[in-house]
Design a protein around this ligand. Structure first.
Ligand code: FAD
Length: 392
């Protein structure tokens, strides 16, 4: 580990590895610091990702994919299920342990220096128009001088806060999540299931994402305000006991997901935040892998340009915000509006919707149709919803 790099990336998730990869590609000297022992582990994710979402970056490797998903099923509060085949593209349930690890390998092949067991503890402005990054590396205190810090340190991000960026999330947008990886269950290996309504997951949804061989990620997210009445764990345990009484639980993970609007200014002089650290998460699905990768890619590109022109100012880095807006944050803003409308639906309304949709011929049942029915009281959002689900 050197004492000086053009760019320091904090966090080795998909956002961090993509940032390191693209910053190196742009010619900068880059180091990526990950606090855990293994990049990709522990996995704190349902691991679902759309086909296009991956293919826009690279062709997926077979080792990344645990299950090919061809259809989804949304289960209404009364148990009525809507089966929805995916039309033009499919989705995957990934092996993120392998996927994240491979992304970090790609970054290192491009020239980035990757370090695990490197826990960033603080950052301080220095007199060289840059920052000093203080870390514990294999138990020893180290200081690295750098021009740009890319904060890819996930939902518990501290880089943003240290740099004075407003990172708080409104409590009403926080979801409490819990997930088990389970074995010994019978599930359709090509279908993801989502349960909605107050019985299963008030203010959120419950997912069953298969991973092959009778295994699945089963988890849920509930609105933070509901957690006080009954914990997310209790909802999940009740579901598993009812639906999969023979399931064996192999891992348990908990975490918060900010299903909020994207952060409007995830930058300041010398600093850029990507992925979860910037609240770049689809506010309806809670999915954030694709946005982490995209924002990581843009941040890496802009950071390496800033090194070339020796301009690390917020004004220059604003280019990063423009790229994200055009690509996905404007869309996330619209999805947030759709979420606000959907959250107002009562269980009865959802039951009626499911019954109505199930009367349609099978080929007319699409995700787009389900969501346009759900926002029928807000017709101004219909076009946005149709664009959101084009392809599925
Ligand atoms: P992360 O993947 O969280 O990576 C951040 C990294 O930074 C971590 O490795 C961490 O160890 C490291 N780090 C943190 N602080 C420091 C520090 N001080 N020093 C050094 N390293 C540090 N998204 C989907 O697309 N599909 C899903 O099915 C899905 N399911 C989910 C289910 C749950 C229960 C949860 C909680 C999230 C889910 N997500 C899902 C969201 C997805 O996991 C995240 O959006 C994605 O991992 C974000 O990537 P990232 O690189 O921004 O952050």
């Amino acid at each position: 580990m050197k004492n000086n790099y053009d760019i320091v990336v904090v966090g080795g998730g998909p956002g961090g590895s993509m940032a390191a990869l693209h910053a190196s590609k742009g010619g900068a000297s880059v180091c990526l610091l990950e606090k855990t022992r293994d990049i990709g582990y522990p996995v704190r994710c349902g691991e679902a990702m759309g086909e296009h979402a991956i293919k826009q970056f690279f062709p997926p490797k077979s080792t990344w994919i645990a299950a090919d998903i061809k259809r989804s099923r949304i289960v209404a509060p009364n148990g009525v299920a809507i089966d929805i085949p995916f039309n033009k593209e499919q989705a995957y349930v990934l092996n993120r342990r392998v996927f994240d690890y491979d992304l970090s390998l790609m970054a290192s092949r491009e020239g980035a220096s990757v370090f695990t067991k490197s826990y960033v503890k603080s950052i301080q402005k220095n007199h060289d128009n840059g920052y000093d990054v203080h870390l514990d590396f294999l138990g020893e205190h180290k200081v690295i001088k750098t021009k740009i810090i890319i904060g890819a340190d996930g939902i518990e991000s501290r880089v943003g806060r240290w740099a004075g960026i407003k990172t708080q999330v409104n409590m009403r947008d926080m979801e409490s999540c819990i997930q088990y990886s389970v074995g010994n269950i019978e599930v359709d290996a090509n279908r993801i299931d989502m349960y909605v309504g107050d019985n299963w997951a008030p203010g959120g949804y419950l997912w069953v994402f298969p991973k092959g061989d009778g295994t699945a990620n089963i988890g849920l997210g509930i609105g933070a305000k509901y957690n006080k009445k009954k914990s997310a764990k209790k909802y999940l345990d009740e579901f598993i006991n009812k639906k999969y009484p023979n399931a064996t639980i192999h891992t348990t993970m908990c975490g918060g997901v900010p299903c909020s609007k994207p952060m409007s200014k995830p930058i300041s002089d010398n600093i850029m935040l990507v992925g979860d650290a910037a609240h770049f998460i689809n506010p309806i699905t809670g999915g954030g892998i694709a946005a982490a990768m995209k924002s990581g890619m843009f941040a890496g590109q802009v950071a390496s340009e800033s090194i070339l022109v020796k301009d690390y100012s917020e004004l220059f880095l604003n280019k990063y915000i423009k790229l994200c807006k055009k690509d996905f944050t404007n869309r996330h803003e619209k999805i947030y509006k759709v979420k606000e409308t959907i959250q107002k639906l009562t269980d009865d309304e959802m039951n009626q919707m499911a019954t109505k949709i199930n009367k349609l011929p099978t080929h007319k049942i699409t995700l787009s149709r389900v969501f346009t029915t759900a926002i029928i009281k807000k017709p101004s959002l219909i076009i946005d919803v149709m664009k959101m689900f084009a392809g599925f």
